[in-house]
Design a protein around this ligand. Structure first.
Ligand code: URP
Ligand code: ZN
Ligand code: ZN
Length: 496
């Protein structure tokens, strides 16, 4: 399993240079010119390719009981799909339902990954309520289970969503423990009222999902969370920001000293609200929350990524089949597929379409094709937002997110010239459709290693379920310096 990469064109968040990379016993042992391979080591000549640190997706759902159904992937298919796209570490949202104990939930979520994951992984611990036992459980989650981040939802009233007292208690505890809180920010009450009104007006199709939770509802949620973070001193990370006012509310909070980092997700960068309007219920394929916005917001997100306002690009991978699961929300009684409908006789509407898009496999290809190849971001920003920043924010750096002596040998040999199309016919995710069907892609992962083991060779899967390790993380002090965009970090290497 020792490996020598020769003639590597190494691209990190801050540097690009030519070198060889020697990996021994799962870690990078040496970086330098003219290295020789120890006996038995595999040698790969990477001439003409780019070599990136393994990519990290800090926001995925694999085991997800949600909206009356269950997301499609398990850890075998989800982690394989991640690796096929160059992602070597996943951080999954552990989402207990309200009333479930977070400690038991973390143990359950870990059991779903153990033995099946081919890539390394960690979890954000969901806090979906705060009763007398919650604080003690969360303390144990942090001290004994290797978890250093929580996940909260301001949306999904009556399911995962928490109220303001619970929010205050969660953030206060997180601040005390040095744990970062990841948050889905949308005003739950406004969504519930808008949904009721639209449904009562007979506006039932997927095209009404976005109007039921407009930009202002998300911006309000972001502002709300930032205010609570300011008063409690908690570090926050806002997941899947989709639009300018939401990001601006967080950037403004950051400028007054709130410790906030900002994520967007791949679907918002390449899809726009025209997808939800597709006929024949096709729009349901694109129902996720917050909703996919207009082109103007998409353009803004790219700029905010390039200038470092947005720190990370994740996927929010949440796969549901179109033919069955998305059809739970079909308004036509002849096409609605739902057990509730069978008993109540009431067909679906957009509020019953399971929210989420399968995307863990496509993130880096999309960022490279629509970002780097179109000049919207440079290669360093690609590495920074899709790997290094997540490692720094979530306490994995420099073990992950770096090509340094001593880092895990998680490496992606990227063919920048490869061209092809995305299709459900060739993807590894378990879902029955691709939200990016037919999209022309440039660049792909050709070789991918996880701790020195080759999982993808010449673009073909050769991985091993069970190879993935759980990554123990420690609570962290403030990470204020990780906010810098790749460009400014580059000119101040000491800022690393
Ligand atoms: O629509 C989405 N985003 N589904 C997954 C659950 C969540 O909100 O992250
Ligand atoms: Zn969410
Ligand atoms: Zn999510």
């Amino acid at each position: 399993m020792n490996l020598l990469l020769q003639n590597a064109d190494i691209v990190t968040a801050t540097r690009r240079y030519q070198s060889d990379i020697l990996c021994v016993d799962g870690v990078i042992r040496e970086i330098g010119p003219g290295l020789s391979a120890p006996e038995g080591a595999e040698t790969i000549d990477t001439t003409g390719k780019l070599v990136f640190p393994g990519f990290i997706d800090p926001h995925v759902h694999i085991h997800l009981p949600f909206m009356g159904t269950h997301a499609k992937d398990d850890w075998a298919s989800g982690s394989k799909a991640a690796l096929m796209g160059g992602t070597t570490t996943l951080i999954e949202m552990c989402c207990p339902s309200r009333g479930e104990d977070p400690l038991e939930a973390i143990r359950l979520w870990k059991s779903k990954a153990a033995g099946l994951a081919s890539c390394d992984y960690s979890f954000h611990c969901g806090v979906t309520g705060f009763d007398a036992k919650t604080a003690a459980s969360l303390r144990t989650v942090v001290s004994d289970e290797g978890i250093a981040s929580f996940k909260i939802f301001l949306a999904y009233k009556g399911a995962f969503g928490i109220d303001d007292t619970e929010l205050y208690k969660t953030l206060s505890l997180a601040a005390e423990l040095g744990v970062i809180v990841t948050a889905h920010c949308e005003n739950a009450e406004l969504i519930a009222e808008s949904q009721k009104k639209l449904v009562a007006e007979g506006k039932l199709g997927p095209e009404w999902h976005e109007p039921s939770r407009p930009v202002s509802v998300e911006a309000d949620g972001c502002h709300h969370l930032a205010t609570f973070a300011e008063l409690t001193g908690a570090r926050i990370y806002v997941v899947h920001t989709s639009n300018r006012p939401a990001v601006a509310a967080l950037a403004e909070a950051r400028s007054r000293g709130v410790d906030v980092t900002i994520e967007t997700v791949a679907p918002y960068l390449v899809l726009d609200d025209s997808a939800a309007a597709l006929p024949d219920f096709e729009g349901a394929k694109y129902v996720m929350s917050p909703p996919i916005r207009s082109k103007a917001h998409q353009d803004y997100l790219w700029k905010a990524l390039a200038d470092g306002t947005i720190n990370t690009v994740a996927t929010d991978h949440a796969p549901f089949d179109f033919a069955t699961q998305k059809h739970m929300g079909h308004p036509d009684p002849a096409k609605c597929v739902d057990a509730t409908f069978q008993t109540t006789g009431k067909p679906g509407n957009f509020t019953l379409i399971p929210n989420g898009i399968p995307s863990v496999e496509e993130r880096v290809k999309l960022l490279y094709t629509a970002g780097v190849c179109r000049g919207r971001i440079d290669l360093h920003t690609l590495v920074n937002c899709a790997s290094t920043q997540a490692a720094k924010i979530f306490g994995l750096y420099p073990r992950k997110g770096a090509i340094e002596v001593g880092s895990d040998a998680d490496l992606v040999i990227w063919d920048p010239e490869w061209t092809g199309k995305i299709s459900v016919a060739t993807h590894s995710m378990a879902s029955d459709y691709s939200a990016f069907e037919g999209l022309d892609i440039q660049g792909r992962a050709e070789f991918v290693t996880v701790r020195g083991k080759v999982m993808l060779r010449d673009g073909e899967w050769c991985g091993a379920p069970g190879w993935g390790n759980f990554l123990h993380r420690e609570p962290q002090p403030s990470h204020a310096r990780t906010h810098a965009p790749a460009s400014s970090v580059r000119s101040h290497p000491e800022a690393l």
